[in-house]
Design a protein around this ligand. Structure first.
Ligand SMILES: [Zn+2]
Length: 191
């Protein structure tokens, strides 16, 4: 990881992982793809290697990210889907060229068009968002219980009762805060 850039928090679902590249949305927001190169890095980690990225393509990516966040948040809270954000997702999905291919081991991979454009990778992410919003996959869209985080995640736990976003950083933070509060309350504590 290049020094000075926030690390990536990777979940298991592509579209919600992507919205997580802006974290702590209601707190001290952290932009995890601050430069075109960091978007290239994020895409490579997620099996969507592209040749290059311009700042205009980074803008497209962020516009898609915010649109997915808006639509998925609406879906999680059973609100009407914002039409302009739906339009952005649909445009990105329609303009990407990528094919699903099967590896000899039986795993699915994405093969981008021969140009390996950012737009092709965004198309895959947009299609992933569409499949979870449309309810085609087994799981439940939910908002992280942290008031400052507001991350959306796709809950595939058996009970569908997960409260915290991917990687459990928010849940752990909450637990730690509660632990320290308890320590302060207990008399004679060394803390
Ligand atoms: Zn969270």
């Amino acid at each position: 990881m290049p020094a000075g850039f926030p690390d990536f928090r990777l979940g298991t679902v592509l579209a919600t992982s992507f919205t997580g590249t802006l974290s702590e949305r209601r707190g001290n927001a952290v932009e995890r793809i601050p430069t075109p190169q960091r978007l290239v890095d994020w895409l490579a980690v997620n099996g969507l290697a592209v040749d290059s990225c311009t700042s205009a393509q980074l803008d497209l990516a962020r516009e898609l990210r915010e649109s997915i966040h808006a639509v998925v948040t609406a879906a999680a809270t059973q609100d009407a889907l914002p039409p302009s954000a739906v339009q952005v997702i649909n445009d990105r999905s329609a303009q990407g060229r990528a094919a699903a291919v099967l590896t000899p081991e039986g795993a699915r991979q994405w093969r981008l068009s021969s140009a390996s454009r950012v737009e092709d990778a965004l198309g895959v992410i947009a299609a992933d968002a569409i499949s979870i919003i449309a309810g085609e996959r087994d799981g439940r869209l939910a908002l992280c219980a942290s008031a400052t985080c507001r991350a959306v995640f796709f809950d595939t736990s058996q009970s569908r009762t997960r409260k915290w976003c991917d990687m459990n950083t928010c849940g752990n933070r909450q637990k730690k805060a509660r632990f320290h509060a308890n320590q302060r309350r207990s008399p004679g504590s060394a803390d």
